[in-house]
Design a protein around this ligand. Sequence first.
Ligand code: SRM
Ligand code: SF4
Length: 565
Amino acid sequence: MSNQPKPLTEVEHIKTQSRLLRGTLAESLVDPVTGSIATPDTSLIKFHGSYQQDDRDIREERRQQKLEPAYSFMLRTRLPGGVCTPAQWLAMDALATEFANNTLRITTRQAFQLHGVIKDDLKPTIARINAALMDTLAACGDVNRNVLCNPNPVDSRVHETVYQWAVRISEHLLPKTRAYFEVWLDEEKVAGGEEEPIYGATYLPRKFKTAVAVPPLNDVDVFAQDLGFIAILEGGELVGFNVSVGGGMGATHGDAATYPRLADVVGFIPPEHTLAVAAEVVKIHRDFGDRTSRKHARLKYVLEERGVPWFTAELERRLGFALQPARPFAFEHNGDRFGWTEGHDGKWHLTLHLDSGRVADRPGAQHLTGLREIARFHQGDFRLTANQNLVIANVGSEAKDAIDALVARYALDGFRSASPLRKNALACVALPTCGLAMAEAERYLPEFVGKVEARLVAHGLLDANLLLRITGCPNGCARPYLAEVGLVGKAPGRYNLHLGGDARGQRMNRLYRENIDEEGILGALEPLFAAYARERTPGEGFGDYVTRAGHVPAAPAKVTPPQAA
Ligand code: SRM
Ligand code: SF4
C-alpha cells in the first residue's frame, strides 16, 4: 500500500483555479458553437444556482442523428423558508412560460426550479429573478444551500421570528465573491482583494444544508440536514434552538462506505449564538470534510467517523463557549397541514397539495394559470413547503371565499379529496432532466399511488396516513430513507423497496427488497397491508407497525433527541 496522500478530486482543482467561482463562465455563455458550457464551468455554474442538463428522452435519438445533446439549464432559486410575495410568484411564472418549459417546480428545499432554459436565455432569466428581489446564488454547489424553515407552524406567532432566523442564517453563509454579480448582472469587475471569510478560496468539500424546525412539526425533516436548529419555545416565545448536526441522505448503490444518516442533537443555544454556531459548523466541514472523494465528503461522515463528542468539543473550542444541554422537544409528524388554518392574528393560511411540486397547466387542472390568477389579487404571501406543496399564506378573512373559488375553478382543491397517501407522497424530479436518474420518479408517482390506493381500499386502509417517497436513484432528493414506504430507483422500472420510517422523520427505514419491479413491489406490500389492517394498534403508523411486528429490523439505535415529558 502506498503512503502517498490521496489526490484531491477534480472539482477541488476547478474551484482552486476558478478565481472565486468565475472560471470561464462569461466566455462559455457567449460561445456560439455549442449549447453547452466548458466542462470546468459545469461545476462552477452550480454555485450560481444552475445545472447543465440535457433532455434524456431524446438523448439517444440525437446521438444517432450525430447532434449534440439537447442541452438546457435548470435554474434554482435561493428562497429562505420558501417565502415569496405574489409579485415574485408572478415573476417566476412569467419566466417559466417565456424561457423554461411552462412549468414551475417546487423543490424539497422550498425553492423554485425552472427546467429547460437554453444557454442564451440564462442571463436574462437570472437578471429577472434578481430584479424580482430573489436570487439563485448558492442554490447549488459546495456551499450552504437554501435554508429551510417550517412554513406553517401550529403557533403562528413564531413563524415570523424563526423565518427571520432562516433568512439571517442564509445571508450570513452566502459566498462573498462578487463573481455572481459580474457574470450574471454585469456589475463592475472587482480589482482584487476579495475574500471568503467563512469558506476560503476552495469553498466546502461538498454541499451543506441547514433547516430550522418548529416542533411539533418536523416538516423540514431536520434530521436529514447537515445542520438543524430546532426551535424551543417557552410561553409562545422563542428561547433558543437545539442544534443538530450530521444528517444527510445520499448514498451510492453497492458502496457500503456511503449511507444515509440522521443528525445528532448536540446541545442548546440561545438565539444570539445562532449565526456563530452556523458559521463554525460550516468551518468544521470546510476543514475536516474529505476533499479526496466527493462520495465521502459530506459532514455526516466527519460525525460518524470522529464521533459526536469529538465534534462537540471541536465546535465548543471554536466558539469559545460550551453548548447547554439539549432541551426537551417532541415532533409529531413531518407532513404538511392541508387546508385552512387560522393564525393568531386572524389571518388564514391555505395549504394546497401539488403532485411532486410540479405547477403546470394540464387538461382539467390548469394549476399554473390558477396560481397566476390567485397571485394577481392575493395580498399576503406564498410559502413553498419542503414537502413540495404550497401555502397561500396571510389571507384576510374577507378574501377566503375568492381564493376558495379560484382554487376550485383551477382544480387546486385536490387536497380535499385525495387520499392521505397521495397528499403526503413525495417524488424527486428524476427523468427526463436529472442526469443521475436510474428510474422514473415524478412521472411515475401518480400512477403508482393509484395502484397502491387500490390495495389500501381492499384492506380498508385508504384513510391510513402512509408516507410514500420515490426517488430515481439513491441520492435521496425526496428523502426516501425517512419514508414509511420508500422506493429508490435502481434501473428503468426497478426499485429497492425500503420500509419502516416513522413519519416523524426520526427513524430511518430499512432495505426490505432489492431491485424489484412494480409487480414485485405491490406483491411485497400486499401481505404487509393485510397484516397491518389486522394487527395495528389504534393510531399506529404503517412504518411503526412493520418495525414493531418484526417485518423489518428497527434502524440501528442513535442518540435519541430528548423528548418532552
Ligand atoms: Fe438533490 C443532485 C434535484 C433535494 C441529495 N438533486 C441533484 C441534481 C442536481 C442532479 C445532479 O446532480 O445532476 C437533481 C436535479 C434534478 C432536476 O432535473 O431538477 C437534484 N434535489 C433535487 C430536487 C429538485 C428534488 C425535488 O424533487 O425537489 C431538490 C432540490 C432542493 C433545492 O431546492 O435545493 C433536491 N437533494 C435534495 C435532498 C433533500 C434535502 O435537501 O432535504 C437531498 C438529500 C439530502 C442530502 O443532501 O443529503 C438531495 N441531490 C442529492 C444528492 C446526494 C448528495 C450526497 O450527499 O451524496 C445529489 C448528487 C450529488 O450531489 O452528487 C443530488
Ligand atoms: Fe436525480 Fe437521484 Fe435526485 Fe432523483 S434522487 S433528482 S434521480 S439525483
